[in-house]
Design a protein around this ligand. Structure first.
Ligand code: NAP
Length: 313
């Protein structure tokens, strides 16, 4: 049985009117400065090195139609700030509550969303359930196909990988990948990178958690696998660790006006990393985060110094 469409097109139109009247119609995209982009090894297609995550931050109530909730209006502003700064890759999952439905409501109202690189996940055991879940995600997002479909936390990966390969061959997805986080199952992920010709892997890497440096990142580069970095702020904990510390002197050298940009530039300056996906519920934070897409990046020597200094905090 085909999955039921969950987004009501009438609700989308009403929402567009309500958002426009609450906030005024958005302006055009500003002329973009030079942005840091990285090639996807499987195709050479370039992606901006900062994308966005949606776990927790986009799992919000949508409010009764036609009045969007205040939370929904704020997420619309987050999306506007993201696309206005040249963002493309948005990562979600059926695990993230209402996040996929919220994206499906807001993307049609978001200027710049035609540049979207849609990335979600399959997160259920079994091939049949996986196919149903992916079809439902497509309906929720309102996209004809996903750019990237990932197997969430390696869950039943050997059941889903053949499906993803078939979907890719049929043009239903453009890339396939596998995710993990919090340093879990790195041995399994290393084996999959070696044996399964993955287009993408997604894993955790940040100034406090650099375990991937030694094996996974070099392995991904060797096998032509694009790398998405989740939890680039360690779920927000990095900000707590530096709360009583002023910005270091090197921040100005690499064009960082705040700690968020320091944390993100540390991540995206790793040569094996394609894209970091910080999550935020706040438009001002999104503007800060997207600031890491421009200006100088630390070289290898400064990266080592940044890590050593962070370890001494
Ligand atoms: N296994 C998996 O596949 C997996 C696992 C984990 C995560 N992910 C993906 O990775 C994404 C990112 O990871 P994450 O959400 O766990 O953590 P994160 O991006 O490292 O941190 C998010 C936290 O940082 C705060 N923040 C964001 N920008 C900020 C700024 N400029 N200044 C101060 N605080 C800021 C946010 O609070 P505010 O809302 O107040 O800004 C939020 O609490 C997820 O959303 C999800 O898409 C995937």
């Amino acid at each position: 049985m085909p999955p039921k469409p969950l987004i009501n097109p009438g609700r989308r139109r009403l929402l567009a009117v309500a958002l426009a009247s609450r906030l005024g119609m958005p302006g055009r995209l500003a002329a973009a400065p030079h942005l840091h982009t990285r090639p996807i090894p499987a195709s050479g297609e370039r992606l901006p090195a900062i994308g966005m995550g949606t776990w927790i931050t986009f799992d919000v109530a949508r409010g009764p139609s036609p009045t969007p909730s205040a939370a929904l209006t704020t997420r619309w502003q987050v999306l506007q700030a993201f696309f206005a700064a040249g963002g493309r890759l948005i990562d979600s999952s059926p695990m993230y509550g209402s996040a996929e439905a919220v994206l499906g409501e807001l993307l049609p109202q978001s200027p710049g969303a035609e540049a979207l690189f849609s990335a979600t996940k399959v997160w259920t055991p079994g091939q049949w359930l996986g196919e149903q879940q992916m079809a439902r995600s497509r309906d929720l997002w309102g996209v004809p196909r996903f750019d990237l479909m990932q197997i969430h936390n390696l869950l039943d990966w050997d059941a889903h990988l053949p499906t993803l390969r078939r979907m890719k061959a049929e043009g239903q997805i453009r890339y396939l990948g596998i995710t993990t986080s919090h340093g879990r199952r790195h041995d399994d992920l290393a084996t999959l990178i070696r044996n399964e010709a993955l287009d993408f892997v997604q894993l955790t890497y940040n100034l406090a958690h650099r375990e991937a440096d030694t094996r996974l990142l070099p392995l991904a580069a060797e096998h032509g696998c694009a790398v998405i970095i989740n939890r680039p702020f360690d779920g927000g904990r990095l900000f707590d660790q530096v709360r009583s510390h002023p910005l270091p002197g090197y921040a100005a050298e690499i064009g960082c006006a705040n700690w968020a940009q320091v944390f993100l530039k540390y991540v995206i300056s790793h040569p094996a990393i394609t894209c970091a996906i910080p999550a935020t519920s706040q438009p001002a934070h999104m503007r800060e985060n997207m600031g890491a897409l421009t200006g100088p990046l630390p070289d290898a020597a400064l990266r080592r110094a940044m890590a050593a200094r962070f370890d001494r905090l």
